[in-house]
Write a protein that binds this ligand. Structure first.
Ligand SMILES: Nc1ncnc2c1ncn2[C@@H]1O[C@H](COP(=O)(O)OP(=O)(O)O)[C@@H](O)[C@H]1O
Ligand SMILES: [Mg+2]
Length: 160
């Protein structure tokens, strides 16, 4: 199931990320793709806001991985959030080497530039593809959110 969201501002993109946070559970994997400056990090900031993260969320382009503490929406369960930027990586092995999978099965894993390190989104992941439409206007983005099964249906419902 793929949902298309039109965004004409970074606020809308952030709010879309925030809305997706409620579908995250321990072990969730969120994969983001889109050109430089598409709004992946803006989306992740919103996602983290939805997870109650109080730390400043920044692009981990140089650090490769940032870790935040949050809470799963609608519960008091603590969430550990791992945010990776795979811009400079080129294989799944690189992602393992960066320590992305070292945080236990309950962590929420978020990866920008996922297409650099994996061909297919693994089962159960949420994929977010942000397309710049400079041909329409400077701030215009198409956000495609894909998830399988029941989760995909719930996400679709939330956006209609
Ligand atoms: N509709 C929009 N959605 C997201 N970002 C937007 C939008 N319009 C303009 N922008 C700007 O585009 C940039 C996106 O940056 P960023 O999220 O860091 O991109 P990425 O992580 O994909 O490289 C920001 O400067 C943001 O203000
Ligand atoms: Mg980024």
């Amino acid at each position: 199931m793929t949902v298309k969201v039109i965004s004409k501002s970074s606020k809308k993109t952030g709010n879309t990320g925030e809305k997706i946070a409620r579908f995250l559970r321990p072990g969730s994997l969120v994969l983001l793709d889109g050109d430089l400056g598409a709004g992946k990090t803006v989306f992740v900031k919103g996602l983290c806001r939805g997870l109650g993260v109080s730390e400043n969320v920044t692009s981990p382009t140089f650090a490769l991985i940032n870790i935040y503490k949050g809470v799963f929406p609608g519960s008091s369960e603590k969430a550990e959030i791992v945010h990776c930027d795979a811009y400079r990586l080129s294989s799944l092995e690189d992602l393992y080497d960066a320590g992305f999978f070292d945080f236990g099965e309950d962590a929420v894993l978020i990866c920008e530039w996922a297409g650099n390190v994996m061909k297919e989104p693994p089962m159960g992941s949420i994929s977010v593809n942000i397309v710049r439409r400079d041909d329409i206007s400077k701030n215009y983005r198409e956000i495609y959110i894909s998830a399988e099964g029941e989760e995909g249906e719930l996400i679709e419902k939330a956006f209609h």
